[in-house]
Design a protein around this ligand. Structure first.
Ligand SMILES: Nc1ncnc2c1ncn2[C@@H]1O[C@H](COP(=O)(O)OP(=O)(O)OP(=O)(O)O)[C@@H](O)[C@H]1O
Length: 489
């Protein structure tokens, strides 16, 4: 009762305000009676009042204070009658529905004249803030227009990997699988342009003239060169988005689980630079587990070990979340470097990255059979003579060269098991772990991990595509998307 009296008093007070006070105009929702009230007396949370004419109770609220990243006002001018219209819109949002009340012209005739300085004084800002608020703007729940875009745009799932980039399109599957390499040409004025991307650029590595360089914009799972990564992604997307759609796609991108906020931001920014409308990030081990068809939403021990070019991700997943995980920046690339170092030390030969990778892929073996040692002939540069020569290396030597990396991976698995709640860790003895990522193709890696950990090991069906398939599955399945992605936002 007390509260009601206060409200009535409040409403009466407002009716006798002098004109000097900042006033807001309110309408009774029932009888449409108009009142002017002092804006400063309305608390931020709003207040209840009632109409003195028809006695209807109703709430009044000051319009939301503008957030820092929201452009306060957009001003439009009708080219026909010259009338100026103010609209409020979060930054980046396109205002489409303006119709001039004077001449009823369509939106196209309006020119946007955003000029925040016009609204310096508090009174003006307040007036504008209360002049118009677009209902139903909520970033988290897409409106009808957003859903409409979703139907017609080719949303993309991307594994932006250190070694390879893969793209999956809804209803079309994997449409691109290219090396994450860009060939750049430097012109006379030191400006750079993209000469080639993907496999074509990879072929040029180590064979380019002075004005061309073939570079890898991703290192150890993260963006090392933001501009080049953005340009590469843009080219890949242009390749697969045919016919070119005017609607920007949404993108879901896999990222290493332990990257910094700055590194996350760099991935988002380069995707936006490449034309993304919305970017969603998913942890690589989660995407790999989904791609390997593990029941990630169930309360079971789903252990995944994804060994790519730059990072090894180990995680135990249960009930749609990572229960324990470890990301180390030791993977295929480090193995290549180790092979280069080994050959230099033992043979005094210099070989390039591509040759080292070739050796690893061809005769690399985590448990070479002493009865059946493989060898490969390699072209290298002999340091002592300074001449190119051919020499041969065996699978036993390659194992010796990459032994530290293999043990680092096993160590990461053990750490994750140690950090997993006992109940789940115990069931890992039965469920085992799934190997994904390109290095899962290293001969006998499963055998090596079984020997070192005692856990059953399964190699995913197609380890090089497990992550992108997981991103694609998440994108295609709305319920899974809500469980996995929205949890991470
Ligand atoms: N048969 C093979 N044997 C050993 N290693 C292989 C084989 N095939 C591919 N690889 C290695 O797998 C790595 C690439 O794997 P993948 O494409 O999964 O990595 P990525 O997704 O690009 O990297 P990351 O996830 O770390 O960013 C490379 O180091 C490559 O040399």
């Amino acid at each position: 009762m007390n509260a009601q009296k206060k409200i009535i008093k409040f409403a009466h007070q407002e009716l006798v305000l002098s004109k000097k006070v900042k006033q807001l105009r309110i309408l009774c929702p029932n009888c449409k009676a108009a009142y002017k009230i002092d804006a400063s007396k309305i608390p931020d949370a709003g207040a209840r009042t009632h109409c003195v004419k028809c006695k209807t109770n109703f709430s009044i609220k000051k319009k939301l204070k503008l957030q820092k990243n929201i452009e306060p006002v957009k001003q439009f001018k009708c080219r026909s009658c010259g009338r100026t219209i103010n609209r409020i819109a979060p930054s980046g949002e396109v205002i489409r529905s303006i119709i001039c009340k004077e001449c009823e012209k369509k939106p196209e005739v309006f020119k946007m004249l955003y000029n925040p300085e016009l609204y310096e004084t508090d009174t003006q800002k307040e007036k504008i803030q209360t002049s118009y608020v677009r209902p139903g703007i909520n970033k988290k729940s897409p409106g009808i227009f957003q859903s409409f875009l979703g139907i017609f745009s080719n949303d993309l799932a991307i594994d932006l990997g250190t070694a390879n980039t893969l793209v999956y399109i809804k209803r079309r599957g994997i449409v691109l699988n290219e090396a994450s390499v860009v060939a750049l040409r430097t012109d006379m004025n030191n400006g750079q342009s993209v000469l080639a991307v993907g496999a074509e650029a990879k072929q040029m590595m180590g064979k380019t003239p002075a004005n061309v360089s073939a570079v890898r914009p991703m290192r150890k799972g993260v963006i090392a060169d933001f501009e080049v990564a953005g340009a590469m992604l843009k080219q890949f997307i242009q390749k697969v988005r045919k016919p070119v759609s005017f609607i920007k796609p949404r993108m879901i991108i896999a990222i290493p689980s332990e990257i910094t906020p700055v590194e996350r931001r760099a991935v988002k920014d380069s995707a936006e630079q490449a034309g993304a409308r919305d970017v969603y990030l998913i942890d690589e081990p989660m995407a790999a587990a989904i791609g390997a068809s593990l029941p990630v939403t169930e309360a079971t021990c789903n252990m995944i070990v994804d060994i790519g070019g730059g990072t090894t991700e180990v995680a135990v997943i249960s009930l749609s979340g990572i229960v324990a995980g470890k990301s180390i920046r030791i993977a295929g690339d480090e193995m290549d470097t180790a092979i280069i170092k080994y050959i230099k030390k033992e043979y005094n030969f210099i070989i390039g990255e591509s040759t080292a990778e070739e050796i690893k892929k061809t005769i690399g073996n985590a448990c070479p059979d002493p009865e059946n040692i493989e060898t490969i002939e390699v072209k290298g540069w002999e340091i002592i003579t300074g001449k190119p020569r051919i020499f041969s290396i065996s699978s036993k030597e390659v194992k010796e060269a990459i032994s530290d990396q293999l043990h680092a991976i096993v160590e990461a698995i053990k750490i994750v098991l140690d950090n997993t709640p006992q109940e789940l860790a115990a069931s890992a003895v039965e469920t085992g772990l799934v190997l994904a990522g390109g290095v899962a193709l290293l001969k006998n890696l499963d055998k090596f991990i079984i020997q070192e950990t005692g856990l059953p090991v399964i190699v995913a069906d197609d380890p090089l595509t497990t992550i992108v398939n997981g991103c694609g599955k998440t994108m295609d399945d709305k319920r899974l998307f809500n469980k996995i992605i929205n949890k991470m936002l």
